[in-house]
Design a protein. Structure first.
Ligand SMILES: [Zn+2]
Length: 293
């Protein structure tokens, strides 16, 4: 196991108990650091959004089609406002939170997110119409909420642990572990996995101490893990000037003329990477011309 590049995040996929279960373990430290820097997140927001991004990276990396994505929106009614994370194949993620500077005095994430609301998950296969599922939040602590969604909406009972450790110097470690039983799992296998719940909860401390590969050995060795594949997840936004142009064109000529007359152009702020895409009145004139061709 020497192919992990130091200085990069890692997702490791395992088959457990001869195919009766599977596990996905992620070291998401760097992608959470990038999110914190991009959005200038408070400690509270770093943990809340970091957990959701880590969950999205795991679920994104389980997608098969390159154009597929999974978008998770948490609206719990707490002072952080809504949190959004998008996961794509390879564990590529992006996300944002409404109130990135909010700090809970006690670092209470469930209270900052709130639990009076819903988790909405939109799965886009990249081929058919996107499928949306929704479940009530359990605690606003994110991992429990995603677990509840997977069990109720997708009928996939799962164990999920997500964590982000923050010190005075910033994020020191982030990661997670998802374990799912597979169809045909026997009673003994289910018991072995369930008995490990307490162990799995310490996943981030194990990653911080040992690194992701050794953490996987520490947490999963009694479940006969066989590594299947690995990815290098990353925080990355796929927005571009061309995409914004297409969105502007879809507004139609009258709307663009109005932008030229009232604002002398248009500015589109990307929620995910905070880039500003600026269009002068001249740029908009050119778009209108291109619509006529
Ligand atoms: Zn962007």
């Amino acid at each position: 196991m020497s192919t992990v590049l130091r200085g990069k995040d890692t997702i490791l996929h395992f088959s457990l108990l001869e195919g009766q279960a599977r596990a996905v373990l992620i070291d998401s430290t760097r992608l959470c650091v990038t999110a914190r820097r991009t959005h200038r997140l408070s400690d509270t927001a770093s943990v809340a959004l970091g957990r959701l991004l880590t969950g999205a990276a795991i679920m994104g990396d389980m997608l098969k089609n390159d154009r597929a994505s999974v978008t998770m929106t948490v609206k719990g009614g707490g002072p952080l406002g809504a949190l959004v994370a998008v996961g794509m194949p390879g564990g590529i993620v992006k996300g944002y939170v409404d109130k990135p500077r909010y700090e809970d005095p006690d670092g209470n994430i469930g209270r900052a997110v709130g639990s009076d609301g819903m988790l909405t998950v939109v799965r886009d296969s990249g081929m058919r119409e996107p499928y949306a599922g929704q479940t009530a939040l359990v605690s606003g602590e994110i991992a429990e909420d995603i677990c509840s969604y997977l069990a109720i909406s997708e009928q996939t009972p799962s164990l999920l642990s997500l964590g982000v450790h923050v010190t005075e110097k910033g994020i020191s470690c982030a990661g997670g572990l998802l374990v799912q039983m597979l169809p045909g799992a026997g009673e003994a296998a289910i018991q072995s996995v369930e008995m490990s719940t307490g162990l799995f909860a310490g996943v981030v401390s194990e990653i911080e101490k040992w690194g992701p590969e050794e953490a996987a050995v520490q947490l999963l060795s009694h479940l006969e893990p066989v590594e299947l594949e690995r990815s290098i997840p990353e925080y990355r936004c796929d927005c571009s000037r061309e995409r914004v142009e297409r969105a502007l064109i879809s507004l139609g000529e009258a709307e663009l003329r109005d932008m030229i007359d009232t604002q002398h152009g248009a500015v589109a702020n990307c929620h995910f990477c905070r880039r500003r895409h600026r269009f002068s009145a001249e740029d908009l004139e050119k778009l209108i011309e291109s619509m006529k061709q």
